[in-house]
Design a protein around this ligand. Sequence first.
Ligand code: ZN
Ligand code: ZN
Length: 180
Amino acid sequence: MQIHVLGTRNVSEDALNSIIEGLQIVFPEKTFKKKANTLEIPTEAFNPERKQYLSTAILRKVRGYAEEHGVKTALGVVEVDLYVPRLNFVFGEAECPGKAAVISVFRLKPEFHGQPQNETLFIERCIKEAVHEIGHTLGLTHCDNPFCVMHFSNTIYDTDVKQRFFCRKCYSKLAKLSKE
Ligand SMILES: [Zn+2]
Ligand SMILES: [Zn+2]
């Protein structure tokens, strides 16, 4: 199964490479393809009152890409701050199950939280959120285990606590789902 990882022009190739390297460890049976500078943020996604971008509008764009290119799954990586109605922000969003997922690096940067710049921590956070959203596309829902990658991140601390891997329960659910 092939997963295309699409970046906007403001997401570096280096970041995409590191994210894909991390994803490959969690999903050894899947093939990842880097598509830098491929995703464009649709103008209608911007909400001038919130100064944020509606993630669902970007998700639609990612889904369009997946359909157009006949790929099973596409993950968009964007640099803008994402929201959905009723939440202050989201780290990402995905169809569950489905073809499309999106993550934002905006709030994953340590600098955003007043922490010193730290590329390793930043990439680790990106990988966790990417695995989480891909997990949704495969049909996994949220998990109560705070160390499981499918745990919902309310804050960046939740992201830092959880690991990039599925807990045993989610892992066996995943195995069952992929057999269906
Ligand atoms: Zn989630
Ligand atoms: Zn779990």
